[in-house]
Each structure stands twice: as C-alpha cells, then as structure tokens.
Write a new protein. Structure first.
Length: 90
C-alpha cells in the first residue's frame, strides 16, 4: 500500500498514512477536527537499481546502468580512502 502525505490547511498539522489506491482521500484533521486536509504531492521514496527488465529491455543508447555506476563509485571511494557515508546526506 502506498504512503500518502496530508497537511491541514487550518492548523498546519502534517501526517503520513498508509492507504489503498482505491480509498477516498482523508478530509478531517485528527488534530483540530476541521475538514481541511489536503493531499500533498511527493516523490517516491525508493529507486529501482540493478540489472533487470528495465535495465536490459527498455534503456537504449548511452544511458548509464545504475548498478554498474554504483559499483564504480564505491570502488573509487575505497581506493581514495573516502567513506561512502561522508559528504552530503541528500
């Protein structure tokens, strides 16, 4: 089930909830009780990596293979002494 994000326009309360795609959107705020919840648009929290149907069947041209790029980055970090965990958290 997907995780949806909502924010109350009345009090600003933010919440995340698991819902089926077919479930109607929530409207009532759990904090203030007003029918002012609006569903937020957000990015997916995962990225598909590695060899698989997308990598092998649908990518064409010079598009990078994510799995191979990640392996190269990790091996370069080890050879230069940089930790993969250091740097930005983004």
């Amino acid at each position: 089930m997907p995780i949806y994000e909502y924010q109350c326009e009345a009090c600003g309360h933010y919440l995340e909830t698991l819902q089926k795609i077919s479930d109607p959107p929530l409207t009532d705020c759990h904090k203030c009780g007003k029918p002012a919840l609006k569903k937020l648009v957000s990015a997916a929290g995962f990225r598909l990596k590695g060899g698989g149907w997308y990598e092998t069947d649908f990518k064409t041209g010079n598009k990078k293979n994510v799995a191979q790029t990640d392996k190269k980055s990790k091996s370069e970090d080890k050879s230069t002494g940089n930790s993969a965990k250091s740097g930005s958290t983004g």
